[in-house]
Every structure is written in C-alpha cells, then in structure tokens.
Design a protein around this ligand. Sequence first.
Ligand code: NI
Length: 211
Amino acid sequence: MARVVSSEAVSDTEPQACRPITLWGNPVLRRRAEPVTVFDASVQRLVDELFETMYAIDSGVGLAANQIGELQRVFVFDCRDGLVAHVVNPVVEILDSDLQDGGEGCLSLPGIGTDTVRALRARVTGQDAKGNDISYEGEGLRARAFQHETDHLDGKLYIDLQPVRSRKKMEKEMRSSEWFGMHSIDPRSDLYREVQGFDDEDFDKADEPIE
Ligand code: NI
C-alpha cells in the first residue's frame, strides 16, 4: 500500500491507516458533521487517513470525514489537476450563475452514478489542520468536488439532487446490491472493486472520478 504524501509533515509517528468506507444506509452519512474547534494532532491524523483511504480507490478525487465514520467537518480532495489539499470547517461559495452538468458518483454509493447539475465555479474557505485560514477556487470537477464533499458534511448526497423518479431507481438498484446492509466496506476488497467496476476490462470505470 502506497504511503500518502501530504502537503504537511505527519504530526506523529503512528502509521496512517486506510479506513473502511461507510456505505449508503449507514446513518452517519445522513448526519451533520460537527465543526472542528480544537486543532490538535488528531486533525492531521484524520486528514492523513482520509488521503490514505481516498487513494486506495483508483479514481477517488475527494473524501469527506463521515465517509470513514468521523462526524467532523473535514474533507480532502485531489482532482488530478495539480492541487492536493484538505479543508477543515469548509464553507462553499458559488462564484457565478454558470452551471455544469456531468457525471457524478460517490464512493459511499458504489456502482451507481448519474449526470448531476452543479455550479460551474466555486470557492471553498475554511482552515487547514493547524487552524490556519485557507481558501481555494475551482472550476469544473474541482468545483463539483467542493460542493459534493461539503454536502456530505451536511448529511446530503448527490442522489438528493436528482428528480424523484431517477432517485428512486438508483435507490432500488442499491437495495439489490451485494453490499446493501453492510455499514462499511474495505475499499481495497474484491467486492468493492468489483462493484465499482475497477477490474472490468471492457468497461473501465477507473477513469471516472468518484468522490
Ligand atoms: Ni461522495
């Protein structure tokens, strides 16, 4: 397993672990995460674990803390556009009225995905793991990730943004999935890779970003 290179030095010597990913049906995905108020070593450790877990998935581009079962307002992202970062206590600001409509998928809802309308440009402000103020702007996929991950921390999922009929269809599909009923899953497991289609040679989903 590759070690994550994070933008800041790891704050202690404990090994960073890939954590199980929480799955749709687990109530933690529907709860609002708590703001981080104490910026001790545990925040950096959470960031490192989020990166380690996100990078365990071929095409993971973002991961929010409740996706590894932690109800703290923290997410990480790497949209493969040169910016690798984390945000604590994120606040998203939509920069203009332009929209994008493109494929969206979620690591906690494996095996499904659909076109989702989002703002095209967004800014996220918050803190880093040490409590310093930070701000990032994004367009396209990065802006989509800011919105998707911050929604996670408010207990919202991208299926909530779909028309009712489409959402019901996706929920039905998930209820008949092999993973349904499991609260979490190891992202390196055969079942997870199979459901996400990572090992399917004919249909290479590994190129599609999921968050
Ligand atoms: Ni997600």
